[in-house]
Design a protein around this ligand. Sequence first.
Ligand code: FES
Ligand code: FES
Length: 156
Amino acid sequence: MTVNGRNVSGEVEGRTLLVEFLREGLHLTGTHVGCDTSQCGACTVHVDGMQVKACSMFAAEADGAQVATIEGVAANDGTLSAIQQAFQDHHGLQCGFCTPGMVMAAASLLKANPKPTEHEVREHLEGNICRCTGYHNIVKAIMAASGQEMPALAAE
Ligand code: FES
Ligand code: FES
């Protein structure tokens, strides 16, 4: 498969999850494991442009696919993407555990829908859990990354 533009290969057992291959095989530990049961979204990556929970897919299923992880989001010189910068500017993270998954989910949303409403952002993040419960600023950051102001964000 290709991961963040780099060709990689490896031998895996049939039961090896994509997230295990990324973390343990390729040492791309930015993709987190919060539940292993497809609920938290901490393991969100893109596979052939689609948002995928990497704990819900076998590594072998990604044979030949183009995979993107959080490690490939910033520019090579370390410059943050607009979404990452917005998370920083709007305090869209606390402990940071959910952040890679949130950023990958946000990137997927904004690619498909560059100007989402607040409701659409919240709906899209349904599969991503923040155990620090910092949703308010996460939504604010994603709205800002889409170039939209959020002066009167409703508290949820
Ligand atoms: S670790 Fe994959 S959804 Fe929680
Ligand atoms: S910032 Fe801690 S889990 Fe979301």
